[in-house]
Design a protein around this ligand. Structure first.
Ligand code: PNS
Length: 185
């Protein structure tokens, strides 16, 4: 109750950034987004515009897909960023980064990134890890793209509207593989 009053008055507003490539967003990402949005007052899902990588979807497409996929979560916003995460976070006045951890194989890379960001920001940017739900531990955007490229079923990995867009990118008729409904767990 006290927290609600404080929140109304504008105190204790805790904001976080969930950065990533999201090429494309998976049910694993969406699960992290939902849970982080319950912990923080405001969550910004930030899509990296990385000139060094050749993504399947443009940054605008990824932002729009994420907006559609998170449209029912009131305290989530989606935007693109480029450059260093620490600079972007500082420009938004945000001090917390969310990252999902699937397995021990993620840990080393994530630890290195978290420590680098803490160092680069002079301690202003901390990383909070959420462990991925077990049922999504196997999921990655790369495997979604690989499965789809071979006309495999990705309906258990991404929402139906995302699956259709992925198949279309590979020049396949959408809706032909798997049960492409919008159901999310
Ligand atoms: O979904 P991804 O590709 O694992 O996300 C990686 C991401 C976007 C979080 C990371 O590459 C990043 O923050 N890039 C921005 C550039 C930067 O700040 N690099 C230094 C971090 S060590």
């Amino acid at each position: 109750m006290r927290r609600l009053t404080a929140r109304k008055a504008g105190y204790f507003m805790k904001a976080a950034i969930y950065p990533g490539s999201f090429d494309p967003v998976t049910y694993g990402h969406l699960d992290i987004i939902k849970r982080a949005a319950q912990i923080f007052d405001e969550l910004t899902v930030s899509v990296l515009n990385n000139k060094l990588k050749t993504p399947l979807f443009s940054v605008e497409e990824r932002v729009n897909i994420l907006k559609e996929a998170t449209k029912d979560i009131a305290n989530v916003k989606v935007e693109a960023f480029s450059g260093l995460l620490v600079d972007y976070a500082a420009s938004r006045g945000i001090h917390v980064v969310i990252r999902g951890l699937r397995a021990i194989t993620d840990f080393e890379y994530e630890l290195q990134n978290a420590q680098t960001n803490a160092l680069l920001s002079g301690g202003a940017l901390d990383t909070v890890f959420l462990t991925t739900k077990l049922e999504y531990a196997y999921l990655s955007s790369s495997s979604v793209k690989e499965i789809a490229s071979f006309k495999g079923d990705i309906s258990m990995c991404v929402p139906g509207f995302v699956a259709r867009k992925v198949y279309e990118k590979f020049g396949y008729e959408s809706g032909k593989w798997g049960n492409l409904n919008e159901q999310q767990n």
